[in-house]
Design a protein around this ligand. Structure first.
Ligand SMILES: [Zn+2]
Length: 100
């Protein structure tokens, strides 16, 4: 039976947690009807704008793949520059050994 595909709002809290647990691994954020809405969400993720799950600014990278179905947005946790990807401490304050 034909029906409109559901476009559930991406669960950013859950996705962001997945990304933080696996630094550097691309996680699918969601599929968007158009390139523009995917790009808009990507910008919010990179700037942690309206999506505080993605703080600090610069801690996440985004990537978009266009398909016949729309635009699939991916993001990954890369940590803020100079920050430990695990505890987000600086090189001086990190005690978990993640900062290099
Ligand atoms: Zn650390």
């Amino acid at each position: 039976m034909a029906r409109w595909k559901k476009r559930p709002t991406a669960n950013h809290t859950r996705r962001a947690e997945d990304m933080r647990r696996n630094p550097g691994v691309w996680v699918e954020v969601g599929t968007y009807n158009g390139r523009q809405s995917a790009q808009s969400t990507a910008r919010h993720i990179r700037l942690a704008d309206r999506l505080p799950q993605y703080t600090p600014v610069g801690a996440f990278e985004t990537s978009m793949r266009l398909t016949d179905d729309g635009a699939v947005l991916y993001a990954r946790f890369v940590a803020a520059p100079g920050r430990c990807p695990i505890c987000e401490g600086t090189f001086e304050t990190c005690r978990c050994g993640g900062a290099r």
